[in-house]
Design a protein around this ligand. Structure first.
Ligand code: AP5
Length: 213
């Protein structure tokens, strides 16, 4: 299975990608997670990407394509993978097509998840994460413990630097200007589906599973 989960920040791409990954035994490739790891480790990439991410803008296409090229050549991608947060520009999509052709891999199925902007802002300002195991908490739907220690692994629970109202509005603007045009790109290729992300996680999961089956 070669799948792109597409949609604005906070629509639930990561949540659904993890569930699909677990069910189908193929990896979730989250470019946001890869970049946050680089920032945490203060690599050259992390130093460049950190400031860009704090502003809610996009890391340059050549860097992102380089990261993806390396990642999809890993052995764990041999039977497919789920892209979460990539591609985000037409140039990234075109670069990805070239990579897939060079590797003799089939076309992607693309599933868009849609949520109104006002709900996205509420979800993202309320999101909290475990810095160690990545477990996701949300002040509205799944509050973390008061001591902010992850019950699963004992890691510290934190808020992402780009999950504040100002940066979220910029991320939404950037999405509309640079990423939303990809809908037409993938619609024209066929195999493009849209689901509502406003329903409970399990219902969104069922709708996606029906498309994949
Ligand atoms: P990235 O990490 O990809 O962030 P994003 O696209 O903004 O997406 P999020 O992780 O915020 O949201 P999500 O859709 O995965 O939702 P989630 O499941 O977590 O990118 C961060 C930055 O990195 C970018 O701004 C950019 O700077 C850089 N970057 C990354 N990729 C790049 C690329 N390709 N090119 C250039 N730059 C790049 O859910 C959100 C919250 O909602 C959670 O708390 C969750 O519990 C809750 N939730 C989920 N589903 C539901 C539901 N159905 N009902 C209620 N709550 C729900």
């Amino acid at each position: 299975m070669y799948l792109i989960l597409f949609g604005a920040p906070g629509v639930g791409k990561g949540t659904q990608a993890k569930l699909i990954s677990k069910k189908n035994g193929i990896p979730q490739i989250s470019t946001g997670d890869m970049l946050r790891e680089a920032v945490k480790n203060q690599t050259e990439l992390g130093k460049k990407a950190g400031e860009i991410m704090k502003r809610g803008e996009l890391v340059p296409d050549e860097i992102m394509l380089g990261l993806i090229k390396e990642r999809i050549n890993n052995q764990d991608c041999a039977n497919g993978f789920i892209l979460d947060g990539f591609p985000r520009t037409i140039a990234q999509a075109q670069g990805l097509d070239k990579l897939m052709t060079a590797l003799n891999l089939p076309a992607f199925k693309c599933i868009e998840i849609e949520v109104p902007d006002k709900d996205i802002i509420k979800r993202l300002v309320s999101r909290r994460l475990c810095e160690n195991c990545g477990s996701d908490f949300n002040l509205i739907t799944n509050p973390p413990p008061e001591n902010m220690i992850c019950p699963k692994c004992g890691g510290t629970i934190y808020q992402r630097k780009d999950d504040n109202e100002e940066t979220i509005s910029n991320r939404l603007k950037v999405y509309k200007a640079q990423t939303a045009p990809l809908k037409k790109y993938y619609r024209n290729k066929g195999d493009f589906f849209t689901v509502s992300g406003s329903k409970p996680v399990e219902e969104v999961q069922k709708e996606i599973a029906a498309i994949l089956d």
